[in-house]
Design a binder for this molecule. Sequence first.
Ligand code: 26W
Length: 825
Amino acid sequence: YFYMNELNRAEAKARILKEVEEKLHRSFGITFDDATPMQLYKAVALTVRDEVMERWTHGREERAEQKLKRLYYLSVEFLPGKMLVNHLLNLVEFDLYQEALSEVGVNLMELEAEEPEPGLGNGGLGRLASCFMESLATLQLPAMGCSIRYEYGLFRQQIVDGQQVEAPDNWLEDGFIWEVPDYDDEMEIHFGGHIIEDWSEGYLKVRHEDYNTVLALPYDVPVSGYDSDIALSMRLWSARSPRRINMEQFSRGDYIKASEEKELAEAISKVLYPDDNHLEGKELRLKQHYFFTSATIQYAVKDFKRRFPELPITRLADKIAIHINDTHPALAILELMRVLLDQEGLPWETAIAVCSKVFAYTNHTIMNEALETWSEDLFKVLLPRLYSIVQAINQDFCESLWKHYPGQFDRIAKMAIVSYGQIHMANLAVAMSHAVNGVSKLHTRILKQDLFADFYRIYPGRFHAITNGISYRRWSLKANPGLAHLITEAIGPGWLRDAAELEKLRPMAEDGAFLEKAAAIKKENKVRLAHYVEKTQGIVLNPDSIYDVQAKRLHEYKRQLLNALHILYLYQQIKANPEADFTPRTFLFAAKAAPGYYRAKLIISFICQVAELVHNDPDVKGRLKVVFLPNYNVSLAEVLIPAAEVSEQISTAGKEASGTSNMKFMLNGAITLGTLDGANVEMLDAVGEENIIIFGMTPEEVQQAYRFNSYRQGELYEENLALRRVLDMMVDGSLTPANPHRFSELYQALLFSDNGGMADPYFVLKDFDAYAAAQKKVEALYGRPKVWQKKSVLNIAASGVFSSDKTIREYNRKVWHLSPVESEE
Ligand code: 26W
């Protein structure tokens, strides 16, 4: 379509409109003029789906024909974002559709508003999984993403009276055009019951009896790649009761009991757990994990046998790779062991050997609260066969450890898979995978030196550093079309295939005309965001102020509180000196808090109160604006990130495994204000220290302060007057005069240790001065627009290394070893 002449274009557009019209007639029995926006959206989406489906079929056929190895990417979360426009961009048909539809008065971007966003994830981990799927499709690597079809995605966040209120996300309510159920691949999942060991034939046969069955029905959602001949599947398993309604009970009049059973089975895929970086060992969650990993393993084995009837099961690892996205899907290891032992009849050692060749594991966090463990008591009741397998693996594993660490009981207990009544999923994943990776260089170093140090000593070759990446086409072409066109105008379209070509923009940083155009686009995006904020919040933004954005899950380690305290500091400066010069600033926050994370919710309230204070003070007028944007999700990110000038990446050094929004902001020309944490370190390497603002403690300093317990919070309070004044505002009634104690918990947590825990464990106070100084630099730099713009363009030029295409190539080289589907010409 790129190279079409005018005549062909006109024909193609007429064809598109005709197809849309036909869909309206056939699917909805309605004419174009009478169609609702939703019907129109669906009709357009159905025509696009037809084209994606062709690539889907093609991909399947070629994969089968070429007998290729396939990757199963298991993740309990995916955040794909809206799909219509993305597919059109990938098919390189966006312009054509847009023009065709605008000729009949329809705006394609507005049409996409009708599409529900699948909120099947919490944050970075889920979004990363979706970026990976797009890159796998683009590189034509055979892969399937597997997860759960949650009926309710992550809650919708509302802010009522300055507080987070959760509303259900019923995203399937109006139907989801992109999913296709596959009834042929429905799987049976067994819970509970007990195990019988049968030696009657002279060897061990294990029978599982009295279990409860739940059915897993897969819904496939196609994932397209940029200008790719194939589409991949995201396979979402949905739970169904085996007896739609238990007829026997029904006829005995026990209707309620029968429908209860159905409800109980279907509860498994009802709702996504809204916790990020915090695990509570709930039975329903364990059921979820087993449900989708068991379904996936059974399907993978079935597919292997169907495709390779000539190969023995011992060759499984030649034809499939299974990737475990964090430990949540690590039960897949035990489930494959079960299938190999009990169904395929492999001997123990052989099954272990096959498994360890199949699996690879990525760690995404070192936060202790997030490390997944399950109580043995719960595990053995729910998954009795997997329990006996994990016991045996643990036995073997601990014996082998004894050889490496003779007599070192404590060390072995720390590395054990089962210890002190708990099953440690990370230890299982490391012990049973052939590859383990961290998601940035720094994070991997911490894994090697700290979290998995004892493993690293024994298996150094198993560990890899593979830095995260982003689906940069969505975050430019889709989210920031103005910038994308400017880039293409300057360096040609090659960067859309190869992100490294963004480097060609470097010389443009010296080109005054280019800088002006880039600045004009940033301004347009700021105005677009201002419209959004005015429409949704009724708040008017000043597009000439600095747009400073912190958008991510709310977590103490991410330090939204540091940002908020600094705003109070600026406020005090304005109050002390109302006539002084002040660069107008807009601070934008967006963050969901886990519903049970009380302190995170309190921080949201705190930010909202700071916003109120600033808003209502006439001295501040036009200088400071603070906005908390509710319901951060992929769609909001697409409006917010292109408008940002300052990107807040201010986590305590060593705590953020990588971060990925930091990369999206960089690609969109924001200047990063960040700590030496996660991928920020690599952004610094890529762009150079003049083009990023780094502040605060180093990861080593943080480590030392914990180790030697040398942090003196109280002294900072005593000695730093500015800081003390800010902290005092938390409790002196300035924010909530009617209830001055509203935020005393936050204040206390910064200054006083509490049953053994240290005060201010994330070093908000310690980094305060450095942060304020860094913010001063921001202000000074903004006062020199040409210099700012130059740095902004250099950031865009250097952001190509964070393409997830590159990340996926690296996984493939180091871990998966897949061959691409070859297209016949
Ligand atoms: C079971 C509770 C739970 C839920 C989610 C524990 C842990 C998680 C995730 C691992 C949290 C997460 O999303 N981690 C983020 O992963 C991103 C992708 O690698 C990184 O960029 C972020 O730094 C990391 O916080």
